[in-house]
Design a binder for this molecule. Structure first.
Ligand code: P53
Length: 488
């Protein structure tokens, strides 16, 4: 056994980090257009305008006070506005992907290209035409588009007018958006992902809500997101029964620090809160008991409609997709040393090396994830993000020798192969993150690069945007042409 013949090798991107052209073609503003740059130490910020008109910057994850809204500050640099300009480079970029032999290309549609204000009556033709051109370009090379419907995407107007996902109206606006793209791209797109890293939606920029750390608001908003996802699945299958619609979760793998049962109990709690809940609802179609009990403990009752239970039940996904970058260690010790990693503070794992940005590197963890998910849900899987964010250096001859990236990806592919060949997991595809360099979501930097293709652009938006093939470009080309057999 080896990878199936039709295995979807490719790479992944997201509109707000890659596309740019933030006002072109009548695009409206998204919350992501109001997030500044930052770096490993300085959080990305947003400028908010309070009800009394006063303006100030706050950290992106800080609560926006009730009655306030995000605004654009004319004197500030916003990485999403140009990003690495896929909007004006899509032909060149897709040709590069084709040269690597891509079978699939994961990208997201910018919601505000299609509905500039989110609540518009009619979709914006310029936006629809842009993605027509992109998909046609993909099909020219036999590349199957894999489309994320909402990748950390919230129209700013919906956040201001309705508090985003807190309002049930946003479910309807999202449904209108889905209908517009499902109908338009009915014969151009087969694979869809509803919400990118649905378990990371938690702030103003992703949920559109103020006071985002408020439990009741957060839970109600997430409920609407899950309901909208289920509606999208149902609608998609009505429009084209051939559509394959999947969920997407940030699948950090957790270990307990010791065999102390308390650590395992903590681990279970973290697993449930951070991941299981999202898989359970979208794969099984109802809220699990542990979640109902948690809401009860908070004395919180969801506002629902009677038809919702059927929608959740009928709107379960066709496949599971997830991002996997690293694992993390859960501990109950008060004095445990914390490591940066991602947004979850966790304990350092003494058995693993870390990336320059402090993310532990754990290829075996990927095999564990694949097995657990397949055992539990028995749905086809897709790894739609994986990769190493690293500093790249251009040599005098123009070459970029990113052996560290090749090493990271090779080790993960080896484990993925074992999961398929030795464990029998049904894996549909693999799309490493940021196949062409793009802006980091976490830090807003350019220098944290993931790509096989280098883009000339710096952290402040200076650069020629010229594309260069890295060493990993040629390596991945050979991985794909050998269908994962030649990893040297
Ligand atoms: P960056 C945190 C932890 C794990 C995945 O991340 C994450 C994040 C958010 O920062 O997000 C996903 O760019 C996400 C992508 C993102 C990618 O991981 O911070 O789906 O949008 O770019 C890598 O290095």
């Amino acid at each position: 056994m080896s990878f199936p013949k039709n295995f979807l090798w490719g790479g992944a991107t997201a509109a707000n980090q890659y596309e740019g052209g933030y006002l072109d073609g009548n695009k409206g503003l998204a919350c992501s257009d109001t997030i500044t740059d930052g770096d490993a130490k300085t959080p990305r910020r947003i400028m908010i305008e309070l009800a009394n008109g006063e303006r100030k910057f706050i950290s992106r994850f800080e609560d926006v006070p009730a009655g306030a809204k995000a605004v654009i500050d004319e004197n500030t640099y916003y990485p999403s506005h140009v990003a690495t300009d896929f909007y004006h480079h899509y032909q060149e970029d897709i040709a590069l992907l084709a040269e690597m032999g891509f079978k699939t290309f994961r990208m997201s549609i910018n919601w505000t290209r299609i509905f500039p204000n989110g609540d518009d009556k009619e979709p914006n033709e310029d936006g629809l035409a842009f993605y027509d051109a992109v998909f046609d370009e993909c099909h020219k090379y036999g590349i199957e588009p894999l489309v994320t419907i909402a990748h950390f995407d919230m129209p700013l107007n919906l956040a201001i007018k309705y508090e985003g996902w807190l309002s049930r109206k946003t479910v309807t606006f999202f449904e209108n958006y889905c209908r517009a793209i499902f109908e338009r791209y009915r014969d151009k797109v087969k694979y869809w992902l509803t919400f990118n890293e649905i378990n990371f939606l938690r702030d103003y920029s992703t949920l559109g809500i103020t006071e985002a750390s408020n439990y009741a608001k957060q839970q109600q908003a997430i409920y609407h997101v899950l309901l909208a996802g289920a509606k999208a699945v149902i609608l998609g299958h009505q429009i084209n029964p051939e559509f394959k619609i999947g969920l997407m979760v940030a699948n950090i793998l957790f270990y307990p620090e010791t065999c102390n049962p308390q650590d395992s109990l903590k681990l279970q709690e973290v697993e449930r809160n951070f991941k299981d809940f999202y898989y359970d609802v979208q794969c099984r179609g109802f809220y699990p008991e542990y979640k109902l009990a948690e809401m009860k403990r908070h004395d919180f009752k969801l506002v629902t409609k009677t038809e919702d239970a059927v929608i959740l039940k009928e709107g379960t996904v066709d496949f599971i997709s997830f991002s996997y970058y690293n694992s993390a260690v859960v501990s109950t010790r008060e004095d445990a040393t914390k490591t940066g990693g991602n947004q979850l503070a966790a304990v350092k794992n003494p058995y693993l090396e870390e990336s320059e940005w402090g993310w532990p590197i754990d290829p075996t963890g990927l095999r564990l994830c694949l097995n657990r998910l397949y055992d539990k849900y028995r749905l086809p899987l897709m790894i739609v993000e994986n990769g190493l964010g690293a500093l790249d250096k251009i040599e005098e001859d123009g070459s970029i020798n990113d052996d560290y990236r090749i090493d990271y990806l090779r080790k993960h592919i080896v484990e993925m192969k074992k999961a398929v060949e030795e464990d029998g997991v049904e894996l549909l595809g693999y799309t490493p993150w940021g196949c062409i360099d793009l802006v980091s979501a976490g830090t807003g930097e350019m220098k944290k690069r993931y790509g096989f293709v280098y883009v000339n652009m710096d952290d402040k938006g200076n650069g020629t945007l010229k594309r260069l093939r890295k060493k990993s470009f040629y390596w991945y080309q050979q991985v794909i042409s050998s269908n994962g057999e030649n990893l040297d």
